[in-house]
Design a protein around this ligand. Structure first.
Ligand SMILES: Cc1cc2nc3c(=O)[nH]c(=O)nc-3n(C[C@H](O)[C@H](O)[C@H](O)COP(=O)(O)OP(=O)(O)OC[C@H]3O[C@@H](n4cnc5c(N)ncnc54)[C@H](O)[C@@H]3O)c2cc1C
Length: 327
Protein backbone atom coordinates (compact mmCIF):
# COMPACT_ATOMS: atom_id res chain seq x y z
CA UNK A 1 0.00 0.00 0.00
CA UNK A 2 1.29 3.42 -0.98
CA UNK A 3 2.35 5.43 2.09
CA UNK A 4 1.24 9.02 2.46
CA UNK A 5 3.82 11.74 2.14
CA UNK A 6 4.32 14.18 4.98
CA UNK A 7 5.73 17.63 4.30
CA UNK A 8 8.49 18.99 6.55
CA UNK A 9 6.19 21.69 7.92
CA UNK A 10 3.60 19.03 8.80
CA UNK A 11 6.27 17.00 10.59
CA UNK A 12 7.05 20.00 12.80
CA UNK A 13 3.38 20.31 13.70
CA UNK A 14 3.11 16.60 14.42
CA UNK A 15 5.95 16.88 16.95
CA UNK A 16 3.74 19.22 18.99
CA UNK A 17 0.97 16.62 19.28
CA UNK A 18 0.19 14.51 22.36
CA UNK A 19 1.94 11.15 22.80
CA UNK A 20 -0.88 8.94 21.53
CA UNK A 21 -0.70 10.61 18.14
CA UNK A 22 2.52 8.75 17.33
CA UNK A 23 0.47 5.52 17.34
CA UNK A 24 -1.82 7.25 14.94
CA UNK A 25 1.00 8.43 12.68
CA UNK A 26 2.71 5.04 12.65
CA UNK A 27 -0.50 3.13 12.12
CA UNK A 28 -2.22 5.40 9.70
CA UNK A 29 -0.29 4.47 6.57
CA UNK A 30 -1.82 0.97 6.84
CA UNK A 31 -5.35 2.18 6.34
CA UNK A 32 -5.20 5.61 4.78
CA UNK A 33 -3.42 6.53 1.56
CA UNK A 34 -5.06 9.88 0.94
CA UNK A 35 -3.96 13.36 1.94
CA UNK A 36 -3.79 14.30 5.63
CA UNK A 37 -3.89 17.94 6.66
CA UNK A 38 -2.30 18.44 10.07
CA UNK A 39 -3.33 21.04 12.63
CA UNK A 40 -5.89 22.72 10.38
CA UNK A 41 -7.58 25.75 11.98
CA UNK A 42 -11.28 24.86 12.32
CA UNK A 43 -12.08 28.55 11.87
CA UNK A 44 -11.51 27.87 8.16
CA UNK A 45 -14.05 25.02 8.09
CA UNK A 46 -16.93 26.55 10.03
CA UNK A 47 -19.37 29.35 9.25
CA UNK A 48 -18.73 30.69 12.77
CA UNK A 49 -15.11 31.33 11.75
CA UNK A 50 -13.87 30.26 15.20
CA UNK A 51 -12.23 27.11 16.55
CA UNK A 52 -8.72 25.82 17.23
CA UNK A 53 -6.82 23.27 15.16
CA UNK A 54 -8.08 19.87 14.07
CA UNK A 55 -5.19 17.55 14.76
CA UNK A 56 -5.60 15.53 11.55
CA UNK A 57 -8.09 16.22 8.81
CA UNK A 58 -8.93 13.83 5.99
CA UNK A 59 -11.22 14.01 2.97
CA UNK A 60 -12.38 10.54 1.89
CA UNK A 61 -13.97 10.46 -1.55
CA UNK A 62 -15.46 6.97 -1.71
CA UNK A 63 -17.24 4.38 0.42
CA UNK A 64 -14.38 1.84 0.50
CA UNK A 65 -11.90 4.54 1.46
CA UNK A 66 -14.19 5.72 4.26
CA UNK A 67 -14.80 2.18 5.55
CA UNK A 68 -11.06 1.45 5.63
CA UNK A 69 -10.43 4.71 7.47
CA UNK A 70 -13.10 3.93 10.09
CA UNK A 71 -11.72 0.44 10.57
CA UNK A 72 -8.25 1.90 11.20
CA UNK A 73 -9.22 4.69 13.58
CA UNK A 74 -11.49 2.38 15.58
CA UNK A 75 -8.78 -0.32 15.80
CA UNK A 76 -6.25 2.25 17.09
CA UNK A 77 -8.88 3.80 19.36
CA UNK A 78 -8.38 7.25 17.85
CA UNK A 79 -11.13 9.79 18.45
CA UNK A 80 -12.95 10.77 15.26
CA UNK A 81 -15.94 12.70 14.03
CA UNK A 82 -17.53 13.63 10.72
CA UNK A 83 -18.34 17.13 9.58
CA UNK A 84 -20.09 18.53 6.52
CA UNK A 85 -20.19 22.21 5.70
CA UNK A 86 -19.50 23.27 9.31
CA UNK A 87 -22.58 25.52 9.42
CA UNK A 88 -24.02 24.08 12.62
CA UNK A 89 -20.92 23.41 14.73
CA UNK A 90 -19.10 25.51 17.30
CA UNK A 91 -15.56 24.19 17.81
CA UNK A 92 -13.60 24.99 20.99
CA UNK A 93 -10.53 27.22 20.88
CA UNK A 94 -8.51 24.16 21.91
CA UNK A 95 -9.52 22.42 18.71
CA UNK A 96 -10.27 18.79 17.91
CA UNK A 97 -8.26 15.75 18.90
CA UNK A 98 -7.83 12.80 16.59
CA UNK A 99 -9.22 12.60 13.09
CA UNK A 100 -11.77 14.97 11.61
CA UNK A 101 -13.41 13.44 8.55
CA UNK A 102 -14.71 16.00 6.08
CA UNK A 103 -17.23 14.64 3.58
CA UNK A 104 -17.63 17.61 1.28
CA UNK A 105 -14.85 16.89 -1.22
CA UNK A 106 -16.29 13.71 -2.73
CA UNK A 107 -19.75 12.19 -2.43
CA UNK A 108 -21.45 14.94 -4.41
CA UNK A 109 -23.51 13.19 -7.11
CA UNK A 110 -27.22 13.81 -7.72
CA UNK A 111 -29.09 11.25 -9.83
CA UNK A 112 -32.70 10.71 -10.82
CA UNK A 113 -33.21 7.02 -10.04
CA UNK A 114 -36.94 6.57 -10.65
CA UNK A 115 -39.77 8.51 -12.25
CA UNK A 116 -43.47 7.62 -12.46
CA UNK A 117 -46.02 10.20 -13.61
CA UNK A 118 -44.96 13.38 -11.77
CA UNK A 119 -43.23 11.52 -8.89
CA UNK A 120 -39.43 11.61 -9.03
CA UNK A 121 -36.93 9.90 -6.75
CA UNK A 122 -33.53 11.56 -6.58
CA UNK A 123 -30.45 10.05 -4.95
CA UNK A 124 -28.12 12.68 -3.48
CA UNK A 125 -24.72 11.99 -1.95
CA UNK A 126 -23.81 13.38 1.44
CA UNK A 127 -21.13 15.87 0.35
CA UNK A 128 -23.35 17.72 -2.11
CA UNK A 129 -24.16 21.19 -0.82
CA UNK A 130 -27.81 21.87 -0.03
CA UNK A 131 -27.55 25.03 -2.18
CA UNK A 132 -26.36 23.08 -5.20
CA UNK A 133 -29.16 20.51 -4.75
CA UNK A 134 -31.83 23.23 -4.49
CA UNK A 135 -30.46 24.91 -7.65
CA UNK A 136 -30.38 21.58 -9.44
CA UNK A 137 -34.04 21.00 -8.50
CA UNK A 138 -34.97 24.42 -9.91
CA UNK A 139 -33.12 23.66 -13.17
CA UNK A 140 -34.75 20.22 -13.46
CA UNK A 141 -38.25 21.52 -12.64
CA UNK A 142 -38.53 19.50 -9.41
CA UNK A 143 -40.58 20.81 -6.51
CA UNK A 144 -40.27 19.94 -2.80
CA UNK A 145 -36.92 21.46 -1.80
CA UNK A 146 -37.85 25.16 -2.02
CA UNK A 147 -38.04 25.48 1.80
CA UNK A 148 -34.29 24.78 1.99
CA UNK A 149 -33.19 27.68 -0.19
CA UNK A 150 -30.51 29.67 1.61
CA UNK A 151 -29.70 27.02 4.26
CA UNK A 152 -25.94 26.50 4.13
CA UNK A 153 -24.13 23.17 4.58
CA UNK A 154 -24.18 19.73 3.04
CA UNK A 155 -26.90 17.17 2.35
CA UNK A 156 -25.32 14.97 5.06
CA UNK A 157 -25.53 17.74 7.66
CA UNK A 158 -29.09 18.55 6.57
CA UNK A 159 -30.17 14.90 6.96
CA UNK A 160 -28.54 14.66 10.41
CA UNK A 161 -29.92 18.00 11.62
CA UNK A 162 -33.31 17.53 9.92
CA UNK A 163 -32.78 21.02 8.55
CA UNK A 164 -35.93 23.00 7.98
CA UNK A 165 -37.47 26.39 7.36
CA UNK A 166 -40.77 27.97 6.31
CA UNK A 167 -42.77 24.94 7.48
CA UNK A 168 -40.72 22.40 5.51
CA UNK A 169 -38.03 20.03 6.75
CA UNK A 170 -35.74 17.43 5.24
CA UNK A 171 -37.44 14.41 6.82
CA UNK A 172 -40.70 15.32 5.03
CA UNK A 173 -39.11 14.88 1.58
CA UNK A 174 -36.74 12.05 2.47
CA UNK A 175 -37.63 8.52 1.37
CA UNK A 176 -34.57 6.81 2.84
CA UNK A 177 -31.07 7.39 4.18
CA UNK A 178 -28.05 5.19 3.48
CA UNK A 179 -25.89 4.91 6.58
CA UNK A 180 -22.46 3.56 7.44
CA UNK A 181 -21.74 2.45 11.00
CA UNK A 182 -18.32 2.58 12.68
CA UNK A 183 -17.62 -1.00 11.53
CA UNK A 184 -17.99 0.21 7.93
CA UNK A 185 -21.29 -1.65 7.40
CA UNK A 186 -23.73 0.05 5.05
CA UNK A 187 -27.52 -0.09 5.43
CA UNK A 188 -30.39 1.79 3.83
CA UNK A 189 -33.12 2.89 6.24
CA UNK A 190 -36.55 4.21 5.34
CA UNK A 191 -36.86 7.72 6.75
CA UNK A 192 -40.32 6.94 8.17
CA UNK A 193 -38.75 4.15 10.27
CA UNK A 194 -36.06 6.44 11.65
CA UNK A 195 -36.75 8.56 14.73
CA UNK A 196 -36.80 11.91 12.98
CA UNK A 197 -37.93 14.79 15.20
CA UNK A 198 -37.40 18.55 15.22
CA UNK A 199 -33.74 19.21 14.18
CA UNK A 200 -32.75 15.65 15.02
CA UNK A 201 -32.48 12.44 13.03
CA UNK A 202 -32.56 10.16 16.11
CA UNK A 203 -29.63 7.95 15.04
CA UNK A 204 -26.91 6.81 17.45
CA UNK A 205 -23.56 8.60 17.56
CA UNK A 206 -21.08 7.05 15.14
CA UNK A 207 -23.53 6.61 12.28
CA UNK A 208 -22.52 8.34 9.07
CA UNK A 209 -25.07 9.52 6.50
CA UNK A 210 -23.81 8.52 3.04
CA UNK A 211 -26.71 9.46 0.80
CA UNK A 212 -30.40 10.30 0.80
CA UNK A 213 -33.25 9.35 -1.50
CA UNK A 214 -35.52 12.35 -1.98
CA UNK A 215 -39.16 12.05 -3.07
CA UNK A 216 -39.92 15.10 -5.22
CA UNK A 217 -42.48 16.00 -7.86
CA UNK A 218 -42.37 17.48 -11.33
CA UNK A 219 -43.42 21.11 -11.31
CA UNK A 220 -43.13 24.29 -13.28
CA UNK A 221 -39.50 25.49 -13.28
CA UNK A 222 -40.47 29.17 -13.42
CA UNK A 223 -42.91 28.85 -10.49
CA UNK A 224 -40.31 26.95 -8.44
CA UNK A 225 -37.70 29.60 -9.19
CA UNK A 226 -40.08 32.42 -8.19
CA UNK A 227 -40.96 30.67 -4.93
CA UNK A 228 -37.24 30.18 -4.12
CA UNK A 229 -36.52 33.86 -4.82
CA UNK A 230 -39.35 34.97 -2.49
CA UNK A 231 -38.17 32.71 0.34
CA UNK A 232 -34.56 33.80 -0.10
CA UNK A 233 -35.60 37.46 0.08
CA UNK A 234 -37.58 36.77 3.28
CA UNK A 235 -34.52 35.05 4.76
CA UNK A 236 -32.21 37.93 3.81
CA UNK A 237 -34.51 40.54 5.40
CA UNK A 238 -34.95 38.66 8.69
CA UNK A 239 -31.45 37.30 9.26
CA UNK A 240 -28.20 39.07 10.17
CA UNK A 241 -25.16 38.83 7.92
CA UNK A 242 -22.21 38.23 10.33
CA UNK A 243 -20.59 34.80 10.83
CA UNK A 244 -23.03 32.54 12.71
CA UNK A 245 -24.58 29.10 12.72
CA UNK A 246 -28.09 30.37 12.08
CA UNK A 247 -30.46 29.92 15.00
CA UNK A 248 -28.34 29.05 18.02
CA UNK A 249 -31.03 27.55 20.29
CA UNK A 250 -33.73 24.99 19.60
CA UNK A 251 -37.24 26.35 19.94
CA UNK A 252 -38.58 25.07 23.27
CA UNK A 253 -41.86 23.11 23.36
CA UNK A 254 -44.80 25.53 23.43
CA UNK A 255 -45.81 28.51 21.40
CA UNK A 256 -42.93 30.89 22.16
CA UNK A 257 -39.81 30.64 20.07
CA UNK A 258 -36.28 30.88 21.49
CA UNK A 259 -35.81 34.17 19.62
CA UNK A 260 -38.98 35.64 21.15
CA UNK A 261 -37.89 34.68 24.71
CA UNK A 262 -34.38 36.10 24.23
CA UNK A 263 -35.79 39.35 22.85
CA UNK A 264 -38.39 39.55 25.67
CA UNK A 265 -35.56 39.10 28.19
CA UNK A 266 -34.10 42.32 26.77
CA UNK A 267 -30.94 40.63 25.53
CA UNK A 268 -30.74 41.82 21.91
CA UNK A 269 -27.38 43.48 21.29
CA UNK A 270 -25.75 41.99 24.43
CA UNK A 271 -22.05 41.28 23.90
CA UNK A 272 -19.42 39.04 25.44
CA UNK A 273 -16.01 39.79 23.94
CA UNK A 274 -16.44 39.54 20.17
CA UNK A 275 -19.75 37.65 20.37
CA UNK A 276 -23.09 39.45 20.13
CA UNK A 277 -26.80 38.63 20.24
CA UNK A 278 -27.99 39.95 16.92
CA UNK A 279 -30.15 43.05 16.98
CA UNK A 280 -31.98 41.75 13.91
CA UNK A 281 -32.79 38.20 15.10
CA UNK A 282 -32.35 37.41 18.80
CA UNK A 283 -31.70 33.68 18.22
CA UNK A 284 -28.58 34.48 16.17
CA UNK A 285 -25.42 34.68 18.30
CA UNK A 286 -22.98 36.25 15.89
CA UNK A 287 -19.23 36.53 15.70
CA UNK A 288 -18.46 40.23 15.26
CA UNK A 289 -15.17 39.28 13.62
CA UNK A 290 -12.88 38.74 16.59
CA UNK A 291 -14.92 36.35 18.78
CA UNK A 292 -13.38 33.27 20.33
CA UNK A 293 -15.34 30.07 20.88
CA UNK A 294 -15.12 30.90 24.60
CA UNK A 295 -16.88 34.26 24.00
CA UNK A 296 -19.70 32.46 22.19
CA UNK A 297 -20.06 29.83 24.92
CA UNK A 298 -20.13 32.50 27.63
CA UNK A 299 -22.80 34.38 25.68
CA UNK A 300 -24.75 31.13 25.29
CA UNK A 301 -24.60 30.57 29.07
CA UNK A 302 -25.64 34.15 29.77
CA UNK A 303 -28.72 33.69 27.54
CA UNK A 304 -29.57 30.34 29.15
CA UNK A 305 -29.34 31.81 32.67
CA UNK A 306 -31.33 34.97 31.93
CA UNK A 307 -34.11 33.17 30.03
CA UNK A 308 -34.37 30.45 32.67
CA UNK A 309 -34.52 33.01 35.48
CA UNK A 310 -37.15 35.15 33.74
CA UNK A 311 -39.36 32.51 32.14
CA UNK A 312 -38.38 29.16 33.72
CA UNK A 313 -37.42 27.79 30.30
CA UNK A 314 -34.02 26.21 29.67
CA UNK A 315 -32.85 26.81 26.09
CA UNK A 316 -30.99 23.87 24.56
CA UNK A 317 -28.46 24.72 21.86
CA UNK A 318 -29.30 23.55 18.36
CA UNK A 319 -25.67 24.16 17.40
CA UNK A 320 -23.37 21.18 18.10
CA UNK A 321 -20.50 22.00 20.45
CA UNK A 322 -17.34 20.08 19.49
CA UNK A 323 -14.07 19.77 21.40
CA UNK A 324 -15.38 21.09 24.74
CA UNK A 325 -15.04 19.28 28.06
CA UNK A 326 -18.33 17.56 28.99
CA UNK A 327 -20.50 19.88 31.13
C1 LIG B 1 -26.73 31.76 8.08
C2 LIG B 1 -27.26 30.39 8.50
C3 LIG B 1 -28.61 30.12 8.34
C4 LIG B 1 -29.12 28.86 8.73
N1 LIG B 1 -30.44 28.62 8.55
C5 LIG B 1 -30.95 27.41 8.90
C6 LIG B 1 -32.34 27.12 8.71
O1 LIG B 1 -33.11 27.92 8.22
N2 LIG B 1 -32.79 25.89 9.10
C7 LIG B 1 -31.97 24.94 9.64
O2 LIG B 1 -32.43 23.83 9.96
N3 LIG B 1 -30.64 25.18 9.82
C8 LIG B 1 -30.12 26.38 9.46
N4 LIG B 1 -28.78 26.64 9.66
C9 LIG B 1 -27.92 25.63 10.31
C10 LIG B 1 -27.19 24.68 9.34
O3 LIG B 1 -26.98 25.29 8.09
C11 LIG B 1 -27.93 23.35 9.15
O4 LIG B 1 -28.10 22.67 10.36
C12 LIG B 1 -27.18 22.44 8.15
O5 LIG B 1 -28.06 21.44 7.72
C13 LIG B 1 -25.91 21.81 8.72
O6 LIG B 1 -25.21 21.16 7.66
P1 LIG B 1 -23.62 21.06 7.65
O7 LIG B 1 -23.23 20.22 6.49
O8 LIG B 1 -23.01 22.40 7.71
O9 LIG B 1 -23.38 20.26 9.00
P2 LIG B 1 -22.16 20.45 10.03
O10 LIG B 1 -22.32 21.76 10.70
O11 LIG B 1 -20.87 20.16 9.40
O12 LIG B 1 -22.52 19.28 11.07
C14 LIG B 1 -23.67 19.35 11.86
C15 LIG B 1 -23.79 18.03 12.65
O13 LIG B 1 -24.01 16.96 11.74
C16 LIG B 1 -22.96 15.99 11.81
N5 LIG B 1 -22.72 15.53 10.43
C17 LIG B 1 -22.48 16.29 9.35
N6 LIG B 1 -22.43 15.52 8.25
C18 LIG B 1 -22.63 14.25 8.66
C19 LIG B 1 -22.71 13.00 8.00
N7 LIG B 1 -22.55 12.88 6.68
N8 LIG B 1 -22.94 11.88 8.74
C20 LIG B 1 -23.09 11.95 10.09
N9 LIG B 1 -23.01 13.12 10.78
C21 LIG B 1 -22.80 14.25 10.06
C22 LIG B 1 -21.78 16.71 12.46
O14 LIG B 1 -20.96 15.80 13.16
C23 LIG B 1 -22.49 17.68 13.39
O15 LIG B 1 -22.87 17.00 14.58
C24 LIG B 1 -28.24 27.88 9.26
C25 LIG B 1 -26.88 28.17 9.40
C26 LIG B 1 -26.39 29.40 9.01
C27 LIG B 1 -24.92 29.69 9.13
Amino acid sequence: MEAFVMEREDMARVREMPAWSSVFNDGMADFWVGEVLWQQPMSEYTTYRVGGPAQAMVFPCGIRELASLLDGVCRLDIPWRVIGGGSNILVSDKGLEGVTIVLTKGFSAKTIVHEVDDHVLVKVETGCSLASFVNWCVEHGLTGMEFAVGIPGSIGGAMVMNAGAFGGEISKVLGSVTLMNSQGEVVEKEACRMNYTYRNWGEERGQIALEGLFALRRGDSQAIRTSCRKLLKKRQTHQPKGPSCGSFFRNPPGAETAGYLIEKAGLKGTRVGGAEISKIHANFLINRGNASARDLVRLMELVQNEVEQKFGVFLEPEVKLLGFEPG
